[in-house]
Write a protein that binds this ligand. Structure first.
Ligand SMILES: Cc1ncc(COP(=O)(O)O)c(C=O)c1O
Length: 498
């Protein structure tokens, strides 16, 4: 009986819904929401109001929301040079350049002026069939710094989209040139290449992928170049690197060369903690790619635009890529932009007849982003930011290496202005922490302690636990000391927090 009457009610409800006119939904019908109301009334929005609203409405990226149940969410409101300020006025050293990306430092008015000028000249036009002057100018400017073989630029709005684009180009190129079965991608263990389903499929971090499986099929992982944790049979880094490169050849053969389209690799692998590789690795990878007609995609999302101590790390390590993914530092992140630099060979089949690459993004090569990128590159040239990194990188490393006197500091590695400090339980044996200990160490202690000390940096355990640093390229020895001092204060009691 109860079920029957419930069903009757439901049907009656649906009938009346169909009869009644649809409620008109006006923009702003929820105008009572506190920040909306305050803005309308012209009254002040307090930090407490922001806090409450952020917790109620924002879905933070890669963030455990439970953290904020009994704790404030950090809200960054202002930035200047290599400092950021939260909404309560607390100052932090930006040891990560936002997200490995504000390479020229914060608060440069000339970037705002360039954006304003561009908005007044041409606010927006897509790069779909029409070009615009800033995109044309920027493409040429990027190529002026890039390896000689790269000659074509496909713009995106970020790194992941450029990763995705490179795979699509690789697939279509081989279809158009008589090798239609070449489509698979090889990438490296623990490497991060983005979050869209294609880029995530290329990403080598299983925990990050698990919830989104099945992803785009046909990607395969090979070892990365973590020399600190290389098996003990390797006596030199070159020997180990050569072994690691040869795993790519092995994978190509396992999968059949006729099916493999590309290998993706970062010149310095971020995830896992700044894994570098000696030139022999890149030389060997190139040889393997040439032997099996596999495209080498250098993912310079982080390493590009000075981070490594060269404009592009490809130049520094002698990498000859078929495609180069760049983003982040291209505008020093004052605007969202990515750029995939491509060898002309891959563009050739697209030059004729009805052939097109059916792929693009509304906001890619946004004129304002391109204008800001050009301004950013002017700053790079005028202030010799790349030279500053090249001259000071060794000093930065030396300063961080002072931390080796702490028992928890196992390894300092990286290059340019991009370093990781791996934390260990036992320095002599390189014993690492258990997942439960990592949890206590990184999330329970380090993340908060660094902020308290006034340092914004990353405590990460996608591989072994590391603290990562990628400060603006403007800083020098005085700031290296400042970073070391802050880290020393935080790391000295760290072992007792587990
Ligand atoms: C190496 C690498 N590739 C791709 C990406 C994805 O870039 P985006 O977040 O701009 O899509 C990142 C982001 O950090 C990255 O480090």
């Amino acid at each position: 009986m109860a079920v029957e009457s419930k069903a009757k009610k439901l049907v009656a409800g649906i009938k009346s819904l169909l009869k009644s006119p649809l409620k008109k939904v006006k923009t702003g019908t929820r105008a009572k929401l506190p920040l909306v109301a305050a803005r309308k009334a012209g009254t002040e929005i307090s930090p407490a109001m922001l806090q409450k609203s952020a917790k109620a409405h924002l879905w933070m990226h890669f963030t455990r929301h439970s953290t904020f149940e009994n704790k404030d969410m950090p809200i960054i409101a202002r930035a200047e040079g290599h400092h950021i300020y939260d909404v309560n006025g607390k100052k932090y050293f930006d040891g990560l350049s936002g997200l490995f990306s504000v390479n020229a430092g914060h608060g440069r008015k000339r970037y705002a002026d360039a954006a304003s000028k561009q908005m007044q000249e041409l606010d927006f036009f897509p790069l779909w069939s029409f070009a615009h002057p800033r995109a044309i100018e920027l493409a040429e400017r990027l190529l002026s710094y890039a390896p000689e073989n790269l000659n074509r630029v496909f713009f995106t709005t970020g790194g992941g989209e450029a990763v995705e684009t490179a795979w699509k180009i690789a697939k279509q190129f081989f279809k158009m040139t008589g090798k239609p079965t070449k489509h698979k991608v090889i990438s490296r263990h623990v490497a991060y290449h983005g979050t869209s389903q294609g880029a995530l499929s290329i990403t080598g971090i299983p925990a990050m992928k698990k919830m989104f499986e099945p992803l785009v099929p046909s990607t395969f992982r090979v070892p990365n170049t973590n020399w600190y944790r290389a098996p003990s049979q390797f006596k030199t880094e070159d020997e180990f690197a050569l072994w690691a490169a040869n795993r790519a050849e092995e994978m190509i053969l396992f999968e059949d060369p006729d099916t493999v389209a590309a290998i993706y690799a970062e010149p310095i692998q971020n995830s896992g903690g700044c894994f570098t590789a000696p030139p022999i690795y890149w030389k060997r990878l190139r040889e393997i790619c040439d032997k099996y007609d596999v495209l080498l995609v250098a993912d310079e999302t982080i390493t590009g635009y000075g981070r490594s101590g060269a404009m592009f790390a490809c130049e520094k390590y002698g990498i000859v890529p078929d495609m180069m993914v760049t983003a982040k530092g291209i505008t020093s992140s004052y605007q969202p932009l990515g750029a995939l630099l491509i060898t002309e060979r891959l563009f050739e089949p697209f030059k004729t007849g009805t052939n097109i690459l059916a792929h693009g993004y509304t906001f890619a090569a946004h004129p304002v982003a391109c204008a800001v990128a050009l301004e950013n590159l002017d700053v790079f040239d005028e202030e010799d930011l790349v030279g500053n990194v090249a001259r000071n990188s060794a000093k930065f490393r030396k300063t961080l290496e002072k931390l080796y006197d702490l028992p928890i500091v196992g390894n300092v590695r990286g290059d340019g202005y991009f370093f990781a400090i791996e934390l260990v339980k036992d320095k002599a044996t390189k014993q690492t922490f258990t997942p439960a200990e990592n949890e206590k160490l990184l999330r329970g202690y380090l993340a908060g302690a660094m902020l308290k000390e006034g340092l914004y940096a990353r405590a990460d355990d996608r591989g072994n636990p590391v603290i990562q640093l990628a400060p603006p390229l403007t800083i020098g020895p005085k700031e290296f000391d400042e970073i070391e001092q802050m880290l020393r204060k935080v790391l000295t009691p760290a072992m007792s927090k587990i």
